[in-house]
Design a protein around this ligand. Structure first.
Ligand code: ATP
Ligand code: MG
Length: 261
C-alpha cells in the first residue's frame, strides 16, 4: 500500500519544496520507503537533495514520451529516500501536453507502476495551478498544503480548494486533503500567532506540528542536504520530525482525511 501526496500551493515561496524534502527525509528515517518527485521546472527539490538536474532524463522526458519513470529514479544521501529529478525543460511540458489526449493523466500513468516500490511518494509542485499541478493532483491520493504564517496567508486558498474540488469532480474522485502545514512561523510576532489561529479555524485538518522560521532550514538547500543531515538538532529538523510522526500516526490509524476544513 502506498500513498501519493501532492505538496501544493500556487503561492510561491511558502515552503512546498522545503516541506517535501524535509518531510520525505524524516519519513525515510522512520523506515518508510520514500520517493520524492520533482514536478517543478525550478528543480529546487532536485538541488536541495544534492542532485544534478536529471542528466539521465527526469520527469519531463517520461511525461512527454510516456517513458517509464523507473529508469529516472536516483538514490540520495538519505538511505530509503529516492528522487525523480527534473530538468528546466519540464516547463515545456505544460505547453507540449496541451495537445495530447488524456493529458491530465500523464503523470498518473507513469507514476502508478512505482507504487509497488515505495510506501510514500511526495510530489513537489510548482507555484501555479497549471497542467503540471493538475497532473500531480490527478496522480495523488492526498494533498498537503504548506501555508506561510504571514499576512494574507489565506489568500489564494479558496482558489486552491476550488481547483481541488474540480479535480475531484472530473479527474480523481478519491483525492483528499490530508492537511495544512503551517510554515515559517516566527515565534516573536503576534501576527504569526494570529495567522495560526485563523488557519486552524478555517481548516480543522491543520497539522499540530508547526514549522518555525529557521535560518538553518534556509541554508540547507545550498549545501545540497536535507535539514536532518545538515543540522539534525535544529528547531527546523525537529519540527519536520514531529510532522512526520504526526502523519505516520494518522496513516497508521487510518485517520480520516477531511475533504475540507
Ligand atoms: P516555490 O513556490 O518557488 O517552489 P516553495 O513553496 O517550494 O517555493 P521553498 O523553496 O520551500 O518554497 O521556500 C522558499 C524559501 O524560503 C527558500 O529559500 C527556503 O530555503 C526558505 N524557507 C523555507 N522554509 C523555511 C523556514 N521554515 N524558515 C526559514 N526559511 C525557510
Ligand atoms: Mg518549490
Amino acid at each position: 500500500m502506498s500513498t501519493v501526496f501532492a505538496v501544493v500551493n500556487q503561492k510561491g515561496g511558502v515552503g512546498k519544496t522545503t516541506t517535501t524534502v524535509s518531510l520525505g527525509t524524516a519519513l525515510a528515517m522512520r523506515r518508510q520507503r520514500v520517493l520524492v518527485i520533482d514536478a517543478d521546472p525550478q528543480a529546487n527539490a532536485t538541488t536541495a537533495l544534492g542532485q544534478r538536474q536529471g542528466e539521465g532524463g527526469g520527469l519531463y522526458e517520461s511525461m512527454v514520451d510516456e517513458r517509464s519513470l523507473d529508469a529516472t529514479v536516483v538514490p540520495t544521501a538519505v538511505p530509503g529516500l529516492s528522487l525523480v529529478p527534473t530538468t528546466t525543460q519540464l516547463a515545456g511540458a505544460e505547453v507540449e501536453l496541451v495537445s495530447i489526449m488524456a493529458r491530465e493523466f500523464r503523470m498518473k500513468r507513469i507514476l502508478d507502476p512505482l507504487r509497488e516500490r515505495f510506501g510514500v511518494i511526495l510530489i513537489d509542485c510548482p507555484p501555479s495551478l497549471g497542467l503540471l499541478t493538475v497532473n500531480a493532483l490527478a496522480a495523488a491520493d492526498e494533498v498537503i498544503i504548506p501555508v506561510q504564517c504571514e499576512y494574507l496567508a489565506l489568500e489564494g486558498l479558496g482558489h486552491l480548494a476550488e481547483t481541488i474540488r474540480l479535480v475531484q469532480a472530473n479527474l480523481n474522485p478519491r483525492l483528499r486533503i490530508r492537511g495544512i502545514v503551517l510554515t515559517m512561523f516566527d515565534t516573536r510576532t503576534n501576527l504569526a500567532r494570529q495567522v495560526e489561529e485563523e488557519v486552524r479555524q478555517h481548516f480543522a485538518n491543520t497539522f499540530r506540528a508547526v514549522i518555525p522560521r529557521s535560518v538553518r532550514l534556509s541554508e540547507a538547500p545550498s549545501h545540497g542536504a536535507p535539514i536532518q543531515l545538515y543540522d539534525p538538532q535544529s528547531t527546523g529538523a525537529q519540527a519536520y520530525d514531529q510532522l512526520a510522526d504526526e502523519l505516520l500516526a494518522q496513516l497508521q490509524h487510518a485517520g480520516p482525511a477531511v475533504a475540507h476544513g
